[in-house]
Design a protein around this ligand. Structure first.
Ligand SMILES: *[C@@H]1O[C@H](CO)[C@@H](O)[C@H](O)[C@H]1NC(C)=O
Ligand SMILES: *[C@@H]1O[C@H](CO)[C@@H](O)[C@H](O)[C@H]1NC(C)=O
Ligand SMILES: *[C@@H]1O[C@H](CO)[C@@H](O)[C@H](O)[C@H]1NC(C)=O
Ligand SMILES: *[C@@H]1O[C@H](CO)[C@@H](O)[C@H](O)[C@H]1NC(C)=O
Ligand SMILES: *[C@@H]1O[C@H](CO)[C@@H](O)[C@H](O)[C@H]1NC(C)=O
Ligand SMILES: *[C@@H]1O[C@H](CO)[C@@H](O)[C@H](O)[C@H]1NC(C)=O
Ligand SMILES: *[C@@H]1O[C@H](CO)[C@@H](O)[C@H](O)[C@H]1NC(C)=O
Ligand SMILES: *[C@@H]1O[C@H](CO)[C@@H](O)[C@H](O)[C@H]1NC(C)=O
Length: 912
């Protein structure tokens, strides 16, 4: 459905062409056409030189469309756009987005369609922002403690108010029931600022930033938050992205409840017409009324009973059996409901008439849908749902005061019914008080420990919450649909072939079936890639890799004796993106368009960028090496926080704003390197460490590549520091090849003020220094550099050649290494993982002999960190007394090997 782009060599040529150029691109729903859409945002890439950003307009085949540019090619043409479409009860199966232009050079910014009456209306005053979507009107105060002061339906009913954050914490945890000396605190939200997006025709974005402020007890303000409220035209939903950054002290700040609460006005509703609905499992919904009239000894009449069950208004009371109406005062009303999901495997529900009376158990279930509704048949109400509710346990949903004039719904992102959140280190240091002891411990548990570095200070978590407003209690089926919607918000994506053609996300992957498979059987590799994706999906479920901080991560190494991943063994536990499984999954999604791969990779984006990376403090911009706790290891590096892992999500989502923050933040690694001496444990004794921003001693792969990814994205996005980012990349490209041995130098001095490089302190005269590590180029370096080469078309050739030399020599015979560099590189690991470097140089230098070398490296590595065609490519089932719960085991897989096989397989298929 898309038209091949007109490729212009230069802007001048583009200008002379001057004829109107139209490109039509079709997007489809990832998981098939949804029943409804409450509005959605997606991203599209465009070929270089095709559409000038300031003279292109976009139209959609149906519905209201809002468009904006999320990235530019260096020539000023559009690289990526974001598009929002309005809410609809009948979404189209697909949408064709047509870009028109450059036309004749119409002045001004991206041309927008004239908005029409169905578009969003925004009113901003000094103290609030009011957004009217046509279906609801929501008011966002600019100060105080209330984030969302009211939600009104189009008929004028206020169905939600006083939306606010709740935080509880305590200064210690009780041991053996002894809570003496523990202080308890409760906090409310304190707003710093509230802003609204400028362009808001199909979508308005209200961003509220603030901090939690003590209501009771004396505690500093803490836990800064950012809430983003997305409201689409013609929609009754508010999508909310809730982010907190942990800035407490893990030894004295234990979160015991983190939630968001809305009040629901009920004064004008009869108690028997007030409804409580709570999502259970498999589309199930609990049907309750605050005052039940079903199941009583006397029957009010079938019509009344059914109305209550269905959530419609009961017939006038005068039509009921008077034996019921005369005795309603004896039928208890239930004020409070509570659903608690304290594990991924079960939830409980209970209700009570009021505080001080016993809770009644309601039969529970396994995995709750995470949505609750409170409202009335005539006054309407509110539903609040959390995405991945059970996967992010401990969570809960409270409905309170439903029998009073104002009820409330509280979504607990961290349940107050759970044990307080304990972020303390899991061991006491084991006496590892010197670098020598820490390095020795690394030899046995593979943990890189250091007191003070095992800190959660500065990690973040983002949750996705949906708020739905109703004029009257909705049908249970509607709530069931919305529960599904909340958990898998529909996504629009372009065809893999189109994305590939634009080269906006690199040129090292292709669409299955398009590869030449003369050297090996592509079908086998495809089946192995599918196997690995399915394996990790199954392991996540069987091993219960879920929880508030854990959801979205996978494990690193496997203990074959215990039939258990090494969740408790130092550096083998949580993977923290080691060797780029994220990139494997994103590339596999890009080439196949598969929904299951997308969902796996999406959860990783929300995990790695938040929990495994730092957002405050000295480590901002860096991430943490794999370990038992996501933040526990003392190696803080940009190889974990690198934006290349989150870039595909960022652009294909139309520029998810939270992810955008993370990409920008990674730029701050430059400051972190001044504060954190990465080589402190392993420094060459001849080098004296000086924290000098003009001479940061960096590895090109584990350090700089993450920064380079951040700089490239900043340049593409034209973020606040884009010119600086562009200039630094240019300076790097100019100066790095001057290192006598180029990338083979491995580690050298980076000047964070201008992006230039100088020889390492061990080789000040630039005689040529060799530091080749198996780790340098397995954290997205090739992918980052290829994206840079595609973007920066006139990048100095010396820089590209320096990289191609590295790609060539890493796996070259020792004699060739020695002939070129004076000595060979010694023993190097990860041959299979590096076959993609060989494939890359083979492709760029059109060398078939090298392509054969790449396949040999890929197929005949025969080391511990590779997967071979001779591996079983099957799992073994363990059950009974051998394991806690039945599991599928593949003891021949490590996550390092899986990630490298996946990436190399994809890239060899594309490049050779
Ligand atoms: C206005 O919105 C309606 C409903 O979304 C749509 O059918 C119509 O095409 C729009 N008109 C314009 C001029 O965009
Ligand atoms: C550009 O197009 C507009 C209308 O499409 C026309 O009025 C205008 O004269 C054109 N300008 C030039 C420079 O051709
Ligand atoms: C449009 O953008 C191009 C490239 O950035 C620039 O040269 C040109 O002056 C711009 N035109 C207008 C009308 O803004
Ligand atoms: C909001 O306030 C915080 C704290 O003062 C500040 O850091 C942030 O930049 C502000 N954001 C906006 C959008 O004004
Ligand atoms: C790949 O090889 C198989 C045989 O192994 C062959 O049937 C198939 O057509 C080949 N595919 C391509 C794209 O060359
Ligand atoms: C941050 O870095 C500075 C400078 O190295 C150091 O003095 C300070 O103790 C560090 N702070 C933390 C919390 O690590
Ligand atoms: C580097 O080369 C210079 C001469 O260019 C020589 O004086 C010096 O000893 C060499 N240094 C090393 C470490 O080889
Ligand atoms: C291709 O690579 C092989 C193997 O390294 C090398 O011997 C040969 O010179 C290369 N051919 C060309 C044309 O560069």
């Amino acid at each position: 459905m898309w038209k091949t782009a007109l490729a212009f060599a230069s802007l001048a040529e583009l200008a002379t062409a001057q004829q109107s150029s139209n490109t039509a691109v079709t997007v489809k729903w990832l998981e098939g056409t949804p029943k409804i859409t409450t509005g959605t945002t997606f991203g599209l890439p465009w070929v270089r030189g095709q559409h000038l950003a300031n003279a292109t307009s976009f139209t959609a085949s149906s519905g209201e469309l809002q468009s904006w540019v999320t990235a530019y090619w260096p020539d000023g043409t559009i690289k990526w756009t974001g598009h929002a479409i309005a809410g609809s009860d009948a979404p189209a199966d697909e949408y064709t987005i047509t870009a028109s232009g450059p036309g004749n050079g119409t002045a001004g910014r991206l041309r927008r369609q004239a908005s029409n009456s169905s578009a969003i209306q925004i009113t901003e005053s000094s103290d609030e922002i009011v957004v009217n979507t046509g279906k609801i009107t929501a008011s966002f105060p600019k100060s105080g403690s209330t984030l969302l002061s009211s939600i009104k339906t189009s008929s004028g009913k206020t169905v939600g108010q006083n939306g606010r954050l709740i935080l509880r914490s305590q200064s210690g945890v009780a041991e053996e029931g002894d809570a003496s000396g523990i202080d308890f605190f409760s906090f409310e939200s304190k707003i710093y600022n509230t802003t609204v997006s400028e362009d808001s025709t199909a979508r308005a974005l209200v961003t509220v930033q603030g901090i939690h402020h003590a209501e009771a007890g004396s505690h500093k303000d803490w836990l800064p938050f950012t809430l983003r409220f997305y409201l689409y035209a013609n929609s009754y939903a508010i999508r909310t992205i809730h982010t907190i950054v942990y800035d407490g002290d893990s030894k004295s700040d234990f979160i015991s409840g983190l939630g968001i609460r809305f009040d629901v006005p009920l004064a004008d509703e009869e108690l028997f017409d007030r409804h409580v609905r709570i999502a259970g499992t498999d589309g199930g919904i609990l049907h309750e009324a605050v005052q039940g009239i079903t199941g009583l000894r006397r029957d009010p009449g079938q019509e009344a009973r059914l109305a209550q069950y269905d959530g419609t208004k009961t017939p006038d009371k005068s039509t009921w059996d008077t034996r019921v109406t005369s005795r309603l005062q004896w039928v208890p009303t239930f004020n409070d409901y509570r659903l608690t999901q304290l594990s991924a495997d079960g939830f409980n529900i209970a209700k009570r008439t009021k505080a001080g009376q016993s809770w009644l158990k309601i039969p529970g279930g396994t995995r709750a849908g995470g949505l609750a509704y409170l409202g009335g048949a005539t006054v309407g109400g509110l539903a609040v749902g959390q995405r991945d509710f059970w996967k992010k346990y401990p969570t809960s949903l409270d409905i309170s005061n439903a029998a009073t004039d104002e009820g409330s719904i509280t979504l607990w992102l961290y349940s107050p019914s759970a044990e307080p959140m304990d972020l303390r280190p899991y061991h006491d240091g084991l006496g590892e008080d010197t670098y020598a002891k820490q390095l020795d411990a690394l030899e046995i548990t593979y943990e890189d420990y250091e007191d003070g570095y095992n800190t959660p200070y500065g990690i973040a978590r983002t949750n996705e919450v949906y708020i739905y407003a109703f004029d009257s209690t909705p049908a249970a089926d509607t709530l069931s649909t919305l529960t599904e919607y909340t958990n898998e918000p529909p996504v629009l994506v372009a065809e893999p072939g189109y994305i590939q053609e634009t080269k906006a996300l690199g040129s090292y992957w292709n669409v299955p079936g398009s590869a030449s498979n003369s050297t090996t059987d592509a079908t086998t590799i495809e089946s192995h890639l599918d196997f690995l994706v399915q394996f990790y999906r199954d392991q996540i479920e069987q091993r219960r890799w879920y929880g508030f901080w854990d959801h979205g991560d996978i494990m690193h190494g496997y203990d074959t004796d215990r039939h258990q991943w090494k969740y408790d063994i130092g550096g083998y536990a949580w993977d923290n993106s080691e060797l780029s499984p994220d990139l494997f999954f994103w590339n596999q999604f890009l080439r196949t368009g598969r929904a299951d791969v997308y969902r796996l990779a999406e959860a990783q984006v929300r995990h790695g960028g938040e929990v495994d990376s730092y957002h405050l403090g000295n480590f901002t911009g860096l991430g943490t090496r794999h370990g038992v706790q996501h933040w526990g290891d003392s190696a803080k590096q940009a190889r974990i926080s690198t934006p290349v892992y989150r870039k595909t999500f960022y652009y294909t989502s139309g520029g998810d704003e939270r992810t955008g923050d993370l990409l920008h933040e990674a730029f701050q690694a430059e400051q972190a390197w001044v504060l954190v001496d990465a080589r402190r444990k392993v420094r060459d004794p001849s080098v004296v460490y000086t924290p000098d921003p003009t001479a940061l001693y960096l590895n090109f792969g584990t350090d700089w590549a993450g920064l380079a990814a951040a700089q490239l994205i900043e340049w593409e996005r034209r973020g606040p520091r884009w010119e600086e980012a562009r200039d630094k990349l240019a300076e790097t490209a100019k100066t790095f090849p001057k290192l006598k041995f180029g990338f083979v130098t491995g580690e050298a001095l980076y000047n964070s003020e201008d992006g230039s490089w100088a020889p390492p302190p061990t080789d000040p005269n630039n005689n040529g220094s060799i530091t080749v590590s198996h780790l340098s180029s397995v954290f997205g370096v090739l992918e980052t550099l290829d994206q840079l080469f595609e973007h920066y078309a006139d990048i100095p050739k010396d820089f590209v050649n320096a990289w191609l030399d590295y790609c060539y020599y890493y796996g070259a015979p020792k004699a060739e290494q020695a002939a070129r560099y004076g000595k060979d590189f010694g023993k190097l690991n990860l041959r299979q993982g590096h076959s993609r470097l060989t494939a890359y140089v083979a492709n760029r230098r059109h060398n078939a002999t090298l392509a054969a070398r790449a396949w040999d490296e890929f197929l005949n590595d025969n080391s511990a960190d590779e997967l071979s065609p001779d591996d079983p490519w099957a799992t073994v089932r363990y059950n009974g007394s051998e394991v806690l719960t039945p599991v599928n085991e593949a003891d021949w897989i490590t996550t390092n090997a899986a990630a490298l096989y996946g990436l190399a397989g994809i890239e060899l298929l594309a490049l050779t």
